[in-house]
Design a binder for this molecule. Structure first.
Ligand code: SF4
Length: 502
């Protein structure tokens, strides 16, 4: 202890633990009285929190397995306020939005649909991802329970799967009401992958639509087609071929030099499409930009990569300690390989069917290589090293005119990366147009004005990039067909298209 520390005097009450056991101060996870829950056939499952499209596709996928599942509405500002009212102090922003969204939904069931609290507790179950971790994610389930109890739903059931295990939850997780079997996860992952692919295409097309609202209308139709295929157990590939026809009818004018903006950051904050990030994607589009979102599949690939790294480390330690090879690891390794291959294969099959040609699932090894000089790869939580890797990749390969990293207020991993590590990255890559921005639920005006400032520079860059190119007198029709997706060293879509003609 330093001299100055050792000279600090304890206050009289400091260290006085006599309050313990005087009053019921400890958190109790179990309800105070026993509850008779509804049987499996009467149980209704709730969840949500992905993109709008993915929540609906997941609903169809799970309903197709005879799971009575409802996707919650998109979290809004009222969800956030409800989360703040019933949650602990000092939580991160996604905790308030997602926990509050569930409480708000149950309150609506009670107040608007007239269900009693007892009936809601008896019948409804919330599915969420859980797991330990260095950030607040590890405490989500307790947060849900605390808020639900304080909102009058003590004993409401939550069931969780470990976010980092994917389809490999182990054979032991078998609950009375829902089994997290590989079949369950395969269906779920298919819905997420298809949602990602349609979302990528939506963000590519919407800024260039000739008739306002036509892309949203077409995507709505695609959602119906894919949902029906899930429910009918018919071919998803055929469904995506049908979607291709729907999308091809949308008229586009892609020769508009718009700033391309990569939106990344903390998983939930970057992905959500609503008040959780002040509707950032729509705001950017209204301001004349094209967004590149981060698909959920990338987060899935990161989880698989992390599982593989953990296994490598375990084996290395065993060898160093002179232990024999543990054959149970061989099975895990095979499952990891199979999982990785399955995600990639399904992504590329579905992408081909609907006509997404220029997107490859990121190579996690390559991203780790880019980031490791700046951020330790052993440090998981949030997006780990991915935020750093995405920024470097974007600069090196000229992928965007602006990179926005969204960090939710109170987020431990994302704040450390965006405020700390990225400063070093941007000092080494001064050409990067990078904006790290916090979402706190409130303070939208400040948020928008900072985005606008960064966007101004990005729009200039997009214009300059386009104006130096020679635009031919005759513009081939294919340029306005969404299926034409050339790849080259230009960042903006319009510049990419013109450059592809040379
Ligand atoms: S990464 Fe940040 S925002 Fe996300 S759960 Fe962890 S602390 Fe919260």
């Amino acid at each position: 202890m330093s001299q100055s520390c050792s000279s600090i005097k304890m206050t009289d009450k400091n260290g006085d633990l006599s309050f313990i056991n005087k009053a019921p101060s400890q958190w109790r996870d179990i309800p105070s009285k026993p509850i008779e829950y509804a049987p499996k056939e009467e149980t209704i499952f709730l969840s949500g929190g992905l993109t709008l499209l993915q929540d609906k596709l997941v609903e169809a996928a799970l309903n197709s397995m005879d799971i009575n599942f409802i996707a919650l509405p998109n979290p809004d500002f009222k969800s956030f306020q409800t989360g703040k009212a019933f949650g602990n102090r000092g939580q991160c922003n996604p905790t308030y939005f997602t926990v509050g969204n569930l409480v708000k939904y149950l309150q609506d069931l009670h107040d608007k649909q007239g269900l009693s609290s007892e009936e809601i507790i008896r019948k409804y179950v919330y599915i969420t991802a859980g797991g330990c971790g260095p950030c607040r994610f590890g405490m989500y389930i307790t947060e849900y329970k605390k808020a639900l109890r304080d909102a009058g739903f003590e004993g409401f059931r939550l069931t969780s799967f470990e976010h980092d295990k994917g389809i490999f939850q182990g054979d032991t997780i078998e609950e009375d009401i829902l089994s997290f079997t590989p079949k369950f996860f395969i269906r779920l992952i298919k819905a997420v992958i298809i949602g990602d692919i349609i979302n990528i295409l939506t963000y590519k097309m919407r800024p260039y639509e000739v008739e306002k609202g036509s892309v949203d209308k077409a995507v709505e139709k695609c959602k119906e087609i894919v949902s029906k295929a899930f429910l009918d157990h018919s071919s998803l590939i055929n469904a995506l071929w049908k979607c291709r026809t729907v999308l091809a009818k949308v008229r586009l004018n892609r020769l508009q030099p718009k700033a391309k903006v990569m939106v990344m950051g903390e998983f939930w904050a970057a992905m959500t499409e609503g008040d959780g990030n002040y509707n950032l994607h729509r705001f950017l589009e209204a301001e004349g930009a094209e967004c590149t979102p981060q698909p959920i599949t990338n987060r899935l690939m990161l989880s698989i990569w992390e599982a593989e790294q953990a296994l490598n480390k375990k084996e290395k330690l065993a060898v160093e300690n002179g232990k024999k090879i543990d054959f149970s690891n061989v099975r895990t390794r095979m499952l990891i390989k199979a999982g990785k291959a399955a995600v990639k294969t399904h992504f590329s099959l579905y992408a081909k069917a609907i006509g997404l040609h220029d997107y490859d699932i990121p190579n996690m090894e390559k991203l780790a290589e880019l980031a490791k000089e700046y951020y330790t790869l052993d440090c998981s939580g949030g997006e780990g090293h991915l935020e750093v890797a995405h920024l470097i990749e974007s600069v090196k390969h000229n992928l965007a005119h602006l990179v926005i990293s969204i960090k939710p207020f109170g987020c431990m991993p994302s704040s450390a990366v965006s405020d700390g590590v990225q400063s070093l990255v941007t000092s080494r890559y001064p050409q990067a147009n990078f904006l790290s921005i916090e979402t706190s639920g409130e303070g939208a005006a400040n948020f928008y004005s900072r985005v606008q400032m960064a966007l101004f520079k990005a729009k200039q860059a997009a214009k300059e990039e386009y104006e130096v190119l020679e635009v031919p007198e005759h513009i081939p029709e294919k340029l306005n067909n969404y299926l034409y997706q050339p790849k080259n060293e230009k960042a903006g879509t319009a510049a990419q298209l013109i450059d592809s003609l040379v």
